[in-house]
Ligand binder design. Structure first.
Ligand code: NAI
Length: 335
């Protein structure tokens, strides 16, 4: 199927071309992000393939549908960047990659925790400069701490398994608790209890209208003073301005982010020669105990292989009229 692949990076091309062997879809790789301005690049393509910071609002979708696009193949699990109601009204099918490697994201979340706690990123710089002093590098044992997990789906479960290995007490909030977590010893509680008891809070829920700014001023007023907050899910789960205020008072002592609410103007590009225009992001960078990675939690070889393979299988299934098990519908947002 003729497919316009937006936001292509060299690694996307390598993995998608390998997965496409034997399927023979005509993949046209485009470097730009999908925006209202770049939409014409996809005109006449029956399928487009997009990533997390491509914009699929009603206006873009309507332009694409008018020019013949019927399939949107997401190279992601998250689908908060797609106006699913508009897609459905326009008769477009949206397919995603529901699970490519929950390990990649869960392990990255743990990596942020370990680095923030033991200040590994700071030691790395110090030692390279011949500074072997330990002042400022004091950490704490993870053993015996309480971890609050918000969202215990595929990634949340793996995260719980890993943290159990550290000997942590596990609390969780999820509107749909699962037995696998309960069997691990996870105790489901309401959000106020999770906030009040957790030493570390890690977000693993999707971004929906219900979870937008789930960590806001009100939530931050309830957390245990000195909490560590980890977000590897979606930037807009956290109200950045509120978290900066909470860091200034010490209510939040450590912040690990792989996602940021305004990341589409920043992440996945080399901006080292430019002035960052986002003042909130720039402020975050000045705070000690803030560790930010640029949406790389998914970025393992294993995950890229699975993303490419499932994306190609999705396109093939659509083209051949097979059942679409990875379809996302507007109904799913409420699920
Ligand atoms: P999943 O769909 O398997 O699990 C999500 C869980 O969140 C479900 O158990 C659901 O019931 C729960 N949930 C829904 N609403 C909630 C709420 N209001 N409060 C608490 N929990 C709620 O999704 P999966 O695969 O575990 O991924 C989780 C998120 O991780 C994705 O939505 C995506 O945003 C993010 N992600 C980030 C990546 C990265 O590279 N940083 C890569 C892949 C996913």
């Amino acid at each position: 199927m003729r497919t316009a692949v937006f936001s292509t990076k060299p690694y996307d091309k390598i993995f998608l071309e390998a997965a496409n062997q034997g399927h023979d879809h005509e993949l046209v790789f485009l470097e730009p992000r999908l925006t209202p301005e770049t939409t014409p690049l996809a005109f006449s393509f029956p399928a487009i393939c997009v990533f997390v910071n491509d914009r699929l609002d009603a206006a873009v979708l309507s332009d694409l549908a008018r020019e013949g696009t019927r399939l949107i193949a997401l190279r992601s699990a998250g689908f908060n960047h797609v106006d699913l109601v508009a897609a459905e009204e326009l008769g477009m099918t949206v397919l995603r990659v529901p699970a490519y490697s929950p390990y990649a994201v869960a392990e990255h979340a743990v990596g942020l925790i370990l680095s923030l706690n033991r200040k590994i990123h700071r030691s790395y710089n110090r030692v390279r400069e011949g500074n072997f002093a330990l002042d400022g590098l004091l950490g704490f044992d993870l053993y015996g701490t309480t971890i609050g997990i918000i969202g215990t789906g595929r990634i949340g479960i793996v995260f719980a398994q890993i943290m159990k290995g550290f000997g942590c007490r596990l609390l969780a909030f999820d509107p749909y608790p699962n037995q696998e977590c309960r069997d691990l010893g996870v105790e489901y509680v309401d959000l106020p209890s999770l906030y009040a008891q957790s030493d570390i809070i890690s977000l693993h829920c999707p971004l929906t209208p219900d979870t937008y700014h789930i960590i806001d001023e009100r939530a931050l007023a309830q957390v245990k003073p000195g909490v560590m907050l980890i977000n590897t899910s979606r930037g807009a789960l956290v109200d950045t301005a509120a978290v900066i205020e909470a860091m200034k008072t010490g209510q939040v002592r450590y912040l690990g982010l792989d996602v940021y609410e305004e990341e589409e103007d920043l992440f996945f590009e080399d901006l080292s020669g430019t002035v960052i225009q986002d003042d909130l992001f720039a402020r975050l960078l000045t705070l000690p105990n803030v560790l930010i990675t640029g949406h790389q939690a998914f970025f393992t070889r294993n995950a890229l292989q699975r993303i490419a393979a499932t994306t190609i299988e999705n396109i093939t299934a659509f083209e051949q009229g097979h059942p679409l098990e990875n379809r996302v519908t507007a109904e799913r947002i409420k699920a």
